[in-house]
Design a protein around this ligand. Structure first.
Ligand SMILES: [Zn+2]
Length: 157
């Protein structure tokens, strides 16, 4: 499965890719050299709007995979990535933390009793926790909204 590093000028893509189960690194502030170094060492594809990066030798000689994002709208950006790289736009929820990009860990219902709102606890049986930020994930409304968006999007491709 292709892994990504998302440039700060297309940062919104990171959450969408994580929602789809794709490992997508994102740093708020990172200079191009450092980003390219990480991409090369971890075999990640760079997503960027920066045409200067596309002119670099590592990109033009094919050593580094980079995709120039052309649109400002994150949904159109995602569509471009999916199309050009032939990604599966199936949702793989409960796999990666949307904030930290790390694998979530399963939690028993009893363990989260005091960590989630009561109405959630009463209606949801499956929980995952991020080992880094300790956010608890469940199939809530936020999730459904993103999932619907992806479905709609998948049907349009
Ligand atoms: Zn996290």
């Amino acid at each position: 499965m292709v892994k990504f590093i998302v440039d700060s000028n297309v940062g919104k893509l990171a959450r969408w890719l994580r929602m789809m189960g794709y490992d997508a690194l994102f740093y708020q502030d990172i200079d191009d050299d450092k980003m390219i170094k990480i991409a090369l060492s971890q075999n990640r594809a760079v997503l960027t709007k920066d045409t200067q990066i596309m002119k670099r030798r590592v990109v033009t000689n094919g050593k580094l995979k980079a995709l120039l994002i052309t649109d400002d709208d994150p949904k159109i950006q995602l569509r471009q990535v999916v199309k050009q790289l032939g990604l599966s736009c199936k949702m793989r929820p409960f796999s990666l933390c949307l904030e930290c990009n790390v694998n979530l860990v399963k939690r028993a219902k009893d363990e989260v009793r005091n960590l989630v709102p009561l109405h959630v606890f009463k209606t949801q049986d499956e929980y995952m926790e991020c080992p880094v930020c300790h956010r608890i994930y469940w199939q809530g409304t936020h999730w459904e909204a993103m999932s619907k968006e992806l479905e709609k999007f998948a049907s349009e491709i």
